[in-house]
Design a protein around this ligand. Structure first.
Ligand SMILES: Nc1ncnc2c1ncn2[C@@H]1O[C@H](COP(=O)(O)OP(=O)(O)OP(=O)(O)O)[C@@H](O)[C@H]1O
Length: 635
């Protein structure tokens, strides 16, 4: 916050509230602190909410000079912008790279956005400092040195209140801000994931710059788990020949929190070992572990002075000898055509693909049957990992057997165990991906064991003493609100924060914008020559679909049974749909109630859980859940 007197702060907040109240139809809460700080800076610089400033665009010659001066960071930014283009394809957006002075040097835009008024308003050469354009993504990220999102009315000038921007500054190895990336789109079509993608892109550029600019130093990549050493979650630290810290990235500060991560710090201030001894170990045995000064063990990969920067796993293609061999991800896995064209779904798909390439844990949320497992399979494919995809339903395995199932057991570990013991699911996912489906159902003691595994990547088979390191990409899926489960003490907060490093939410069928396409495609997989009349599609779209894709498939299969000719009209659809509440645009609790009522109606009609599950195309667990919610079964 700015240094300011209480009266000035009060006046400034009153101004902000007054302006927001005018811009928003309903009373708004205070905007986030970084927005208030930015508005305060704008007011201090003499800007007036009521008097927008004309856009400043630098001359062509100046733009050329700036592009030349930006050099390497611009080269890297252009590569990242191209990748981002593919990742957020389908939504209407503009991506920009600006220099440290806030001048847009390059922009990539979706055709729809570039020809809109908003898109035309952000040309190459335009100046976006707060002084020139008030609070905005690029200007505010550059001013505060942190990633920011500026949504619609949070822009200082009302003329930008139809735009949402998310921007992240880029720092060089000295920690100086040398540019920023931004993604802007129309406020109404903003996507929550864009912010994470922009931040990951900026972090990647910073890592490459650090490795390149400290080529003559020892560059270490660290993480508590070995398989994360080659990902964006790793901390990077560069040490000169004397063992003095010369550069580090933001993740390193987080991983070594509590220690003096600052330029000039001695290796020994951060680690429990003299620098020379560590180098000796590195030469002799290719050291892969280090203890920090708080005695935590970290996996480490190291690039020696003079080695090409690309030797560092997360900045180039060739891995150094000291890191585990790891399957190289495919650069951009093709999108599965089955998934659909809904922008939120495409966005989720792009985000998981980007996250697995960096081996980050992902939490996939969505109602039952929305395609969470399908998305997880896509993520596995996109990771390029050579091991197996192993899905496990945490609600289906009895709690007392689950630990053995997941971690494996040694012979004679418990009554009924096989004599020779058995490897667990985690071991079967070695080099591949484990999907923990219905992770909210994981019993509390197992949550602790899973957390321990996520922290150190070591398998502890039940009844055994030997630890085994495995390299597994962990994905989790859930249809329940895990934050609420945490509040109720049913789920560990620390585990949730590990699992949801990246989190995506799949929309239910009733809210998908591509409903007609997915229904038609699903019908064709059942009977290629079948056709849905437009009125039949409309009737289908009115239904609430508590079982989402499973229910839709079961319904289409029923229609085809009675209409083998395959030309389906609204009455045919109506005949196989149970009476139930219509799709609603209201809040989730009402939708949830609608789904429970629909399951209850079907249960009353057919009288058994199994038949209800079959008719609706949902699992029996889901039917039981709704019956519990309706009070028909004990919780
Ligand atoms: N976009 C889609 N188009 C057609 N079928 C789909 C689509 N998404 C999912 N399905 C199908 O719907 C069924 C349920 O999908 P999936 O198992 O991935 O959902 P889920 O969200 O994991 O369900 P649950 O929460 O009950 O485990 C599967 O048969 C899957 O093939």
């Amino acid at each position: 916050m700015l240094e300011a007197s209480g009266a000035w702060q009060e006046w400034q907040r009153a101004q902000c509230r007054a302006v927001l109240a005018r811009r928003l139809p309903v009373a708004a809460d205070d905007p986030p602190a970084e927005i208030l700080d930015s508005w305060a800076r704008c007011l201090q610089q003499g800007l007036d909410f009521e008097r927008p400033l004309p856009l400043i665009v630098v001359e062509d010659a100046d733009l050329r000079r700036r592009r030349e001066r930006a050099g390497r960071v611009r080269q890297l930014a252009l590569v990242e912008l191209e990748t981002l283009m593919q990742q957020i394809a389908g939504s209407s957006f503009l991506l920009a790279f600006a220099d440290a002075e806030g001048v847009v040097l390059d922009r990539y835009a979706d055709q729809r956005f570039v020809t809109s008024t908003a898109g035309e308003g952000i040309p190459a050469g335009s100046l976006w400092t707060e002084r020139a354009a008030g609070t905005n993504g690029l200007g505010t990220a550059l001013a505060c040195g942190r990633p920011v999102a500026v949504n619609g009315p949070e822009h200082f000038f009302g003329q930008f209140s139809h735009i949402a921007c998310t921007a992240a500054p880029i720092r060089d190895a000295d920690g100086t801000v040398i540019g920023a990336l931004d993604a802007s789109c129309c406020f109404d079509s903003r996507q929550r994931h864009t912010q994470a993608l922009v931040q990951m892109a900026a972090a990647h550029i910073e890592n490459v710059l650090l490795a390149e600019q400290r080529r003559q130093h020892w560059v270490l990549a660290l993480h508590p788990r070995p398989e994360f050493v080659g990902t964006l979650s790793a901390g990077l630290l560069a040490f000169d020949g004397e063992g003095r810290l010369s550069a580090f990235n933001g993740r390193a500060v987080g991983l070594l929190s509590g220690l003096a991560v600052q330029r000039g710090a001695a290796f020994e201030q951060l680690f429990n070992e003299p620098f020379d001894r560590f180098l000796g170990r590195l030469r002799a045995e290719g050291a892969t572990r280090l203890r920090d000064a708080m005695n935590s063990v970290l996996a480490v990969a190291c690039v020696q002075p003079g080695e090409p920067a690309a030797a560092l796993p997360l900045v180039g293609s060739a891995g150094p000898a000291v890191v585990h061999a790891r399957a190289q991800p495919t650069p951009s896995a093709p999108l599965s055509p089955e998934v659909g064209e809904d922008p939120a779904v495409l966005q989720a798909q792009a985000l998981v693909a980007a996250a697995v390439r960096r081996q980050l844990p992902i939490l996939i949320q969505g109602e039952t049957g929305t395609g969470k497992e399908l998305l997880a399979r896509h993520a596995h494919q996109a990771s390029g990992r050579s091991g197996a995809f192993v899905p496990v339903n945490c609600g289906a395995v009895p709690a007392e057997l689950f630990e053995a199932e997941l971690f494996g057991y040694v012979g004679g570990a418990f009554t009924g165990a096989r004599r020779q013991g058995q490897a667990g699911l985690l071991a079967s996912a070695q080099g591949g991906t484990l999907l923990l489906d219905e992770v909210g159902e994981l019993p509390l003691p197992l949550q602790a064991a899973l957390l321990r595994f996520l922290d150190d990547g070591l398998l502890r088979p039940v009844g055994g003493r030997q630890l085994q390191a495995v390299d597994v990409q962990v994905l989790a899926a859930t249809h329940v609100d895990l934050e609420a489960a945490v509040a109720q003490g049913r789920f560990r907060a620390d585990l949730l924060y590990r699992l949801n490093t990246v989190s995506v939410k799949l929309p239910p069928l009733r809210l998908r914008s591509d409903f007609d396409q997915v229904a038609t495609r699903l019908l064709h997989t059942l009977q290629p020559d079948a056709r849905l009349q437009p009125a039949a599609l409309r009737r289908l779209a009115q239904h609430g679909w508590p079982g989402n894709f499973r229910e839709l498939r079961a319904c289409l299969a029923r229609v085809l049974l009675t209409h083998p000719t395959g030309l389906i009209d609204a009455a045919d659809v109506h005949a196989v749909l149970p009476p139930r509440p219509q799709a609603s645009e209201h809040g989730p609790s009402q939708l949830q109630r609608g789904a429970t009522e629909a399951v209850l109606a079907e249960f009353r009609r057919c009288g058994s859980v199994s038949r209800t599950a079959r008719c609706l195309g949902i699992s029996r667990t889901t039917v039981y859940r709704h019956l519990r919610e309706a009070g028909l079964l004990a919780a």
